[in-house]
Design a protein around this ligand. Structure first.
Ligand SMILES: NC(=O)c1ccc[n+]([C@@H]2O[C@H](COP(=O)([O-])OP(=O)(O)OC[C@H]3O[C@@H](n4cnc5c(N)ncnc54)[C@H](OP(=O)(O)O)[C@@H]3O)[C@@H](O)[C@H]2O)c1
Length: 274
């Protein structure tokens, strides 16, 4: 039996579906089991109850771990007989340091899991294609998306590909002790991504670059981002300007299929931008 945290989210939702399609027994954790829309046969349970008895594999979304406390969660996993943890980590661990709080937090979590003595796989994606959902309100309101660093490259990855890799890591032994870095199949600038969403919508969308300070104010304005995280993201984007992102072969190696393109992601989510 597998327990999936963050099971209603971008990646967790696909982990649940992949495991259920493989015929596995799955418990999906959510703060609101009554509202969760899950595949048939998947049981919903409350995240804070952590029902791990009988689970052999556990998928961890970092936001949930930070909320519950890593030590408490890992102790409970061990005493419940969980054998393997698959963590949704981040490629930012590769340059963790004082100026990179995102990478540092994920690295600390990886270290805590390694220290627990449980089997582990760390799935380390770069930028999510789903980050483009942050532009939905602007795209609904008009044809221009304002943001920082128009020519910063990333290789946005579809959440379905991350879910497929994470499910493989739970179902097979082949990825135990590995930390595959995942990317999408193509390097795209923020301008490219907005144009491609426009193509899915049949509208001529364009990205207009804001000065760093203005973009920073906007990032902080929502109240969801701390200044250190905003600064580290902006510094990372600045580094990516004019430098095509590296493409990882891992998705295809693990799943046997090429990663889904951003155009495919945009078609899959076109309703979110209408
Ligand atoms: N964005 C990127 O580019 C990027 C890159 C590399 C790594 N990552 C990692 O991926 C994570 C995001 O994954 P995702 O997009 O799949 O997650 P998500 O969709 O944002 O959230 C997953 C689910 O977790 C639950 N949740 C959210 N916050 C919670 C909290 N504080 N306490 C308890 N439950 C909470 C929610 O479910 P319920 O409401 O049903 O409880 C939510 O649907 C990031 O936090 C980061 O660690 C992101």
């Amino acid at each position: 039996m597998f327990v999936v945290t963050g099971a209603t989210g971008n990646v967790g939702g696909h982990v649940v579906r992949e495991l259920a399609d493989a015929g596995a027994e799955v418990v999906a954790l959510t703060r609101d089991p009554g509202a969760a829309r899950l595949p048939e046969g998947v049981r919903a349970a409350r995240t804070d109850e952590l029902p791990l008895a009988g689970a052999t594999g556990l998928f961890l979304n970092p936001a949930v771990v930070w909320q519950l406390g890593a030590d408490r969660l890992l102790a409970r996993a061990k005493e419940s007989g969980v054998r393997r943890i698959v963590l949704l980590s981040s490629s930012s661990v590769l340059d963790a340091g004082p100026d990179n709080p995102i990478g540092t937090r994920h690295l600390e979590l990886e270290r805590a899991i390694k220290g627990s003595g449980l089997e582990w796989t760390f799935v380390r994606p770069g930028a999510f294609a789903a980050n483009a959902l942050q532009w939905a309100a602007q795209i609904k309101a008009g044809d221009v998306v304002y943001g920082p660093y128009a020519n910063a490259h990333t290789a946005p990855i579809h959440e379905a590909d991350m879910g497929a890799v994470a499910a493989r890591a739970l179902l097979d032994d082949a990825l135990a002790g590995q930390a595959p870095v995942l990317s999408g199949p193509e390097s795209l600038t923020f301008s490219d991504q907005v144009r491609i969403i426009g193509e899915a919508l049949g509208r001529p969308l364009r990205y207009e670059e804001l000065p760093r300070e203005v973009a920073r104010e906007r990032m902080l304005g929502g109240g969801h981002m701390t200044p250190d995280v905003a600064d580290s993201l902006l510094t990372m984007f600045a580094r990516y300007v004019g430098h095509p992102a590296e493409i990882s072969p891992e998705t295809e190696r693990v799943t046997g299929r090429p990663g889904r393109t951003f155009a495919r992601w945009a078609r899959d989510h076109v309703a979110a931008f209408r």
